[in-house]
Write a protein that binds this ligand. Structure first.
Ligand SMILES: Cc1cc2nc3c(=O)[nH]c(=O)nc-3n(C[C@H](O)[C@H](O)[C@H](O)COP(=O)(O)O)c2cc1C
Length: 338
């Protein structure tokens, strides 16, 4: 039996396999109100029919000013709960577990009005210069993550993932390249971690289920974060009852990245064994054998696929065939896979 199709349990949630749909922004809230649209109702449940074990919804903004774009999904208001509830129910009816990536874009927000970050540094000349967050701003944002968690719970999600990667707000606090604060939220590792610590504590006060954090394990820049530097922080995350680290990299500061198949898997391996904690590997993973190698060599616990699932929503069926494992398909499609 292929390990890719082994069950995996976190807390009281069992995923039927190790295949995770990585969060991917669809920029499809055409009314700019963060509401679920027909696109989401088709796109996500299709991957559930495709037998993906866990589907993570795209970066979903906890505050409107924290949207990457005005078309992002949102969860900053109770009005968002009903659309998300419907989406969860559509995915669950096809046997998938569901998660949501709670996000704040920080200095990479491209919405109208003021934007906020730990320090008043623009990402590059195409982005606005953010306002340096006051302690009150930080408190309000931490509270927004908590409120978003309560709404996610009401919508019925199985997993919460905090977006701490790709140069968005949490990542900006963690890295010394983007956090130049001189108060207790900047400087030492402990201080740069403080905003995430408070966010995890706030989320955990209302959420008993599986909690993931996505990190950018490498800044690819002198003086920036590395997988080894992250281990101190991932140990803290583990102490705070985070269940899994979703190990991505880059995009915190402009830097060139040499990406190749599995280029982030060694980062996952470092975080997994040095912390130690469960991890997800992501990044140019496309073939079932590659996924199997990562799992069998204990380099990660879950396989996150992004673009490959855009190309082929039924990748798990193909993977099962290639790895000579029998899996259940939707009854309606059985004749196609027998
Ligand atoms: C269309 C698209 C949208 C994305 N949106 C997000 C997002 O909302 N949150 C996130 O953490 N990563 C996002 N990513 C990054 C993916 O989750 C993933 O880490 C990256 O694409 C590498 O994996 P892949 O080689 O399997 O595509 C996005 C990627 C794509 C292609």
């Amino acid at each position: 039996m292929a390990k890719l199709f082994d069950e995996f349990t976190i807390k009281d949630v069992t995923f039927k396999n190790r295949i995770v749909m990585a969060p991917m922004c669809m920029y499809s809230c055409h009314n700019q109100d963060g509401q679920v649209q027909d696109w989401h109702r088709i796109h996500y449940p299709t991957r559930a029919v495709g037998q993906v074990g866990l589907i993570l919804l795209e970066a979903t903004a906890v505050q409107p000013e924290g949207r990457i774009s005005a078309q992002d999904l949102g969860i900053w208001s109770d009005d968002h709960i009903s659309g998300l509830t419907e989406l969860v129910s559509l995915m669950k009816s096809h046997g998938a577990k569901t998660g949501i990536q709670l996000a704040h874009a920080g200095r990479k927000a491209t919405v109208d009005g003021d934007i906020y970050a730990p320090s008043p540094l623009a990402f590059n000349e195409n982005y606005k210069t953010p306002n340096e967050m006051t302690k009150t701003d930080i408190k309000e944002t931490v509270e927004a993550f908590k409120e978003a968690t309560i709404r996610s719970k009401k919508a019925g999600f199985d997993v919460i993932e905090l977006h701490g990667a790709h140069g968005y707000l949490i990542n900006e606090f963690l890295s010394p390249l983007t956090n130049k604060r001189t108060d207790e939220y900047g400087g030492s590792e402990e201080n740069r971690y403080r905003m995430l610590r408070e966010t995890i504590d706030a989320v955990r006060s209302v959420w008993e289920g599986p909690l993931f954090v996505r990190i950018s394990a490498h800044d690819y820049t002198e003086g920036g974060m590395t997988p080894e530097a992250y281990v101190t922080m991932t140990k803290w995350m583990k102490e705070q009852d985070v269940d899994l680290i979703d190990v991505s990299s880059g995009a915190n500061v402009p830097a060139s990245i040499d990406s190749f198949p599995g280029y982030q898997v060694t980062f996952s391996e470092t975080i997994k064994h040095e912390t130690p904690i469960a991890t997800g590997a992501v990044g140019m993973i496309t073939s079932p054998l590659q996924a199997e190698e990562i799992l069998k060599n204990d380099r990660a616990d879950l396989i996150f696929l992004a673009r490959e699932l855009l190309r082929d929503p039924y990748w798990p069926y193909r993977a099962a065939k290639e790895l000579r494992t029998e899996i259940k398909s939707a009854v309606q499609y059985e004749r196609g896979w027998l």
